[in-house]
Design a binder for this molecule. Structure first.
Ligand code: ADP
Ligand code: MG
Length: 729
């Protein structure tokens, strides 16, 4: 038992009893202690500075130089009191990950001494030498500089003795090089649009905030076993591996008792997340073996996105301390569930109402319906954009697979709301108003909506975009994704429809004078024009694939198809209309996505070729030689008749092994040939499409034969940890 796999397995058994992790205090005692939250700001900042900072955060008032200086001083004092020695601007470049470059507070002073220095210039703006981040051609060398600028709406935090300051990342010309810049812009745009609608009902309402509650799925794998799988290490997923005899078919893992090793990790994760102010709330086993989920209480969308990015970093760091490795890939294992990150999204008014919650009065219900229907209309118009926003090579493997929504975007609202919308659509304008006998005022005659929708009984888990009683749940987001892009798409497309709604109401009110009647009339029009995006049936079914095509809904199955949408005219128009991203910035983002897709498949193809050729085929040959020796031996000791009767099996296996090896070699060579051709293509879209159409199809064939070999070759020789070991240890 000398091979790496067996050594890893033995070590993993020894590790099963994990030291565990215990936090000795209730979470409320340490929640947020590592983040510069409002309470700490009040403590560390002069009152006037605090007020000015709050005005900047809440009402987008600019921060003056003096205030910034004082915030920097307060932040430094707090950070040093917590043991921080360094600071960094923390940003989200277009790689999808987070970036940081640490600088020490330390500054040499007179007489060989040193002081800690951190002023407003260090807080507000930095110029990291970040020219290697993908920019999609936005930064030519002469303008290669990129700037990070402080985002005061997301509080600074301390991670491993470094003060991290959330920032945007833009080019010398002010073009966005990150995901946060456009996100903040859409938050602003959505606030304007939603407030405009709210004011139709309540003139006092002056702000609307988008909220996000994500649910993060992940796999936990023993680090020793992980290291013995080059495919996991280099690509985040298994490129080979025969299915385990038992995996998720008994559904015995889902919501089951959390294994103690995983539980120790989760407690540790929650402790550190809570100290950083990430309000993690739930944890449970997911459907696949060794698959888990955690979810926080929802927050304002910018903060929620930052918190999710930070959590993914924390997960990777902390898992290591438990000899575990986190897999955030959307499909680490074939034939068992993949991992997603449901994005629960809603809108909250400045009065604290959830605008996607049906209200108590007809008036509130009418407002609710305006929001609901505008969202449906937004989806109808821009479902392709929403699909594009979650496109990645990893997610392509998940969408439409086990328990994951298909690539066709539709919305589920449940039977109660469907009936309500149908009724409104069918009613005529006159029917919608009646005179109140008591006060003679006109009243809306809306179909009744129960205050609490039966979301729990009326759920459709196959829908990619489902209304769940007081929020929409976007389920197509991949587990490793940065939530910013889907949130950007959603915020913006909804804002556009809310504006359209308000404009049409204003125009109609001028003509017909009664505003509520105008609202209902526009509502009716929106219901009709968004009808096709509503689907209550089984999204996994063949029927839906046909039906959605008949309705003209896009079915963008792969990343290259989806990413093309970023430069389609309606998308450019939408982004430019609200100054969120220019056509050039969209093109840059598109190029980066094509490139990342190509690079992923390229790396996978290389790993596949290497593993098959250098790790697995040699082992198969070694085993085959043993069989050949065995057959030769049998021939020596047996008479001819017995030999021919008894050696059949071995001889057949010898032949089978050769057949599989031949198929593998042929396909690896074909794949390499296609790669060489594709690599000569300079256009990023064409190249991504070549990788998809000509390189990727070889994966399944190579895998099929390798997985067959796994079943034939002596278990003791097989070098890669098997599915049963990865998923059940
Ligand atoms: P399920 O697994 O059934 O979808 P969970 O309870 O795991 O439900 O997750 C629900 C998620 O929805 C949580 O992350 C929660 O914070 C979020 N959520 C609840 N209300 C809102 C809201 N108003 N806006 C955004 N997210 C919300
Ligand atoms: Mg969910």
């Amino acid at each position: 038992m000398s091979n790496l796999r067996f050594r890893a397995l033995t070590a993993s058994m020894a590790r099963t009893e994990n030291p565990g992790f215990i936090a000795n205090h209730p979470a409320s005692a340490y929640f947020g202690e590592m983040t510069f939250h409002r309470g700490l700001m009040r403590q560390f900042l002069p009152e006037e500075t605090y007020d000015k900072l709050m005005a900047a955060i809440d009402s987008e008032v600019r921060i003056d130089h003096r205030t910034a200086d004082q915030v920097a001083a307060g932040m430094k004092a707090w950070a040093i009191s917590k043991g921080a020695t360094h600071y960094t601007h923390w940003f989200h470049p277009l790689t999808g990950a987070t970036a940081e470059k640490h600088d020490a507070f330390l500054h040499p002073a007179e007489e060989g001494k040193a002081i800690e220095r951190f002023g407003s210039s260090a807080l507000v703006q930095q110029e990291p030498d970040a020219s290697s981040f993908p920019s999609g051609g936005i930064r030519n060398t002469f303008e290669a500089r990129g700037y990070t600028a402080w985002d005061p709406t997301s509080p600074a935090f301390i991670l491993e003795n470094t003060l991290c300051i959330p920032t945007i990342f833009i080019s010398y010309n002010g073009e966005a090089l990150d995901t946060k810049t456009p996100l903040l812009r859409t938050i602003h745009v959505l606030n304007d649009a939603a407030t405009r609608i709210c004011k139709l009902f309540d003139p006092d309402l002056d702000k609307v905030t988008a909220t996000l509650g994500w649910e993060q799925e992940y796999f936990l794998i023993d680090t020793g076993l992980y290291r013995a799988r080059p495919d996991l290490v280099l690509t985040g997923r298994t490129l080979f591996g025969h299915a385990s005899a038992k995996d998720q078919q008994l559904a015995d893992h889902y919501f089951g008792v959390i294994p103690s090793r995983a539980a120790a990790f989760m407690k540790h994760l929650e402790y550190e997340a809570h100290r950083l102010g990430i309000p993690l709330k739930t944890r449970h086993n997911e459907v696949a073996p060794n698959q888990f989920e955690c979810a926080p209480v929802f927050e304002e969308v910018n903060l929620a996105v930052d918190h999710n990015q930070l959590l993914m970093v924390l997960m990777e760091k902390l898992a290591r301390k438990h000899d575990l490795t986190i897999l955030l890939h959307e499909k680490p294992f074939a034939n068992v569930n993949g991992s997603g990150k449901h994005n629960n999204w809603s809108l909250m008014s400045s009065k604290g109402d959830n605008l996607l919650s049906p209200g108590k009065t007809p008036h509130e219900n009418l407002r609710f319906l305006v929001f609901l229907v505008s969202i449906l209309k937004a989806l109808r118009e821009h479902s392709a954009l929403l699909r594009a926003s979650i496109a990645s090579a990893g997610n392509d493997l998940r969408l439409g697979g086990h328990e994951a929504p298909p690539a066709i975007i539709s919305a589920f609202i449940g039977s109660q709301l469907s009936k309500t919308l149908d009724k409104i659509e069918k009613s005529t304008a006159g029917l919608s108003l009646r005179q109140n006998k008591a006060n003679g005022k006109l009243q809306i005659n809306l179909p009744k909506i129960p205050e609490i929708l039966q979301d729990n009984t009326d759920r459709n888990r196959t829908s990619p975009f489902a209304f769940t009683g007081n929020k929409f749940e976007f389920r197509a987001v991949g587990s490793s994704a940065n939530c910013a892009m889907p949130m950007i798409a959603l915020n913006l497309m909804v804002a556009d429809q809310l504006h359209a709604f308000a404009e049409q109401v204003t125009a109609l009110t001028k003509k017909s004078s009664n505003r509520e009647m105008a609202i209902i009339e526009i509502l009716r029009q929106f219901i009709t024009s968004s009808r096709d995006i509503r689907y209550e049936g089984n999204n996994y079914s063949e029927t839906w694939i046909r039906q959605s095509a008949a309705r003209g809904l896009p079915n963008l199955r792969t990343t290259p198809e989806a990413v093309a949408v970023f430069t389609h005219a309606p998308v450019i128009e939408l982004f430019e209309k609200y100054h969120v991203l220019s056509a050039r910035e969209l093109k840059a983002r598109q190029d980066i996505r094509y490139e990342q897709y190509t690079l992923r498949i390229q790396i996978e193809a290389r790993v596949m070729g290497d593993l098959a050729t250098n790790h697995l085929i040699p082992v198969a040959i070694r085993y085959q030689n043993r069989l050949i020796e065995n057959v030769k031996g049998l021939q020596e000791v047996l008479d001819a008749k017995t030999f021919s009767r008894l050696s059949n099996h071995q001889v057949q296996t010898i032949k089978d092994i050769s057949d599989h090896i031949m198929e593998i070699k042929t396909n690896v060579n074909l794949m390499i040939g296609e790669r060489k051709k594709a690599n000569l293509i300079t256009d990023s879209a064409e190249k991504a499409n070549a990788y998809k159409a000509l390189v990727l199809p070889h994966f399944d064939i190579i895998r099929k034969h390798v997985d067959k070999l796994e079943l034939l070759v002596d278990d003791e020789l097989w070098p890669l940890p098997k599915y049963r070991e990865l998923l059940f240890s």
